[in-house]
Write a protein that binds this ligand. Structure first.
Ligand code: ZN
Ligand code: ZN
Length: 355
């Protein structure tokens, strides 16, 4: 598996005309080298490569990093520089999105005459198409999180504090096998539902409020991401109306997923529907994002995205309507693009749940 990933990353060297690429981003390093620790660097050459880390991680790297030799450094950038010198690289690519100015200056100062070439966000595209092992982990992760939410639905009742719901959900997720939570959960009830990123607060859930819960698990490094909006008590006509507009937008996008379409077109499937119902100005964010070793990664699913859907990509579809002072609805699933559509990895049915 790693062998395929490494050779496809080596294709990037040719495409960008560089002799080597320096990776500092730990998700990229984990993807290519299997290292799960919290500090290190990877220098990837055309037919060679080396993983570098400090003394804390040498033993761990000996177990985890099998495709590359590991070198121990005392000072990270000095270690990277001597490796680049040893390789004789004349033109070196780096992760423009993940390399600091200070890191770049230190590398350049140590290697006079060598050219450094920034490679933008597209370098993270080495991870954009998931292999079978990754799909298995992403599916497992989504299943853990979905099951945990179903296990704590009885906590969602008038008088329950949002933060306590979030804690119960995290506990249930850990019990179900999660290594951690993907991010701080959003539990946004009533008017707080208008905040797309309304982290669980000390607010009590009121009677007949909608509650938006956005949550996910981490399992073996992979993330899940799912949002449900439920009604606690009896939803009124407006709550039902807004819910069904968002649900239809979500379904239209799910049904439209096909390899070859652009992410802009996919975004439009949901956005045009919300627009046509008069709520376009209340849907301010993109339709979705990739999910993998990071909870937000490539591809970008938005009106500005030129990217094209490919079989094996995993991304979210999460339309929403947010009305200040009233509240909001978001519905989110994580999907795997297949040869002729998509497979939904998140497991909770998205019909309006009335609790
Ligand atoms: Zn989410
Ligand atoms: Zn999301």
């Amino acid at each position: 598996m790693l062998h395929n990933r490494i050779s496809s990353a080596q294709g990037f060297l040719e495409r960008h005309g560089v002799d080597a690429i320096v990776f500092f981003n730990l998700s990229n390093i984990r993807y290519l080298a299997g290292f799960t620790g919290s500090d290190g660097a990877l220098v990837l050459g055309k037919d060679t490569g080396r993983f570098l880390t400090d003394s804390r991680y040498v033993t761990q790297a000996a177990n985890e990093v099998t495709a590359f030799e590991t070198t121990q450094y005392r000072v990270k950038l000095e270690g990277v520089n001597s490796e680049l010198k040893r390789m004789g690289a004349g033109k070196i690519g780096f992760e423009a999105e993940h390399t600091s100015v200070a890191q770049l200056n230190a590398l350049a100062d140590g290697l006079p005459g060598v050219e450094f070439k920034p490679i933008g966000a597209e370098l993270d595209d080495i991870r954009i198409v998931k292999d079978d092992e990754e799909v298995g982990l992403l599916a497992r992760c989504a299943e853990i999180a979905s099951r945990a939410l179903l296990d704590i639905l009885d906590k969602l009742r008038p008088g329950a504090v949002e933060r306590n719901v979030a804690i119960a959900l995290e506990f249930a997720m850990r019990e179900a096998g999660a290594d951690d939570k993907s991010f701080d959960f959003i539990v946004a009830s009533g008017a707080r539902g208008a905040l797309p990123h309304g982290k669980a607060s000390s607010k009590e859930i009121g009677a007949n409020e909608l509650v938006t819960l956005d949550f996910g698990a981490i399992y073996q490094g992979y993330h899940s991401d799912e949002t449900v909006t439920v009604a606690v008590g009896t939803p009124d006509e407006r709550q039902r109306e807004i819910y069904s507009i968002v649900k239809d937008a979500h379904d239209l996008a799910l049904e439209a997923v096909r390899p070859g379409m652009t992410f802009r077109e996919l975004d439009g499937m949901a956005r045009n529907h919300i627009d046509s119902k008069g709520y376009g100005s209340y849907f301010g964010h993109g339709l979705g994002h990739g999910v993998g070793l990071d909870v937000h990664e490539r591809p970008v699913v938005s009106p500005r995205s030129d990217g094209v859907v490919e079989e094996g990509m995993v991304f979210t579809i999460e339309p929403g309507i947010y009305i200040p002072g009233w509240g909001g609805v978001r519905i989110e699933d994580t999907v795997l693009a297949t040869a002729d559509g998509c497979r939904i990895l998140t497991q909770i049915p998205k019909e309006l749940m009335i609790l």
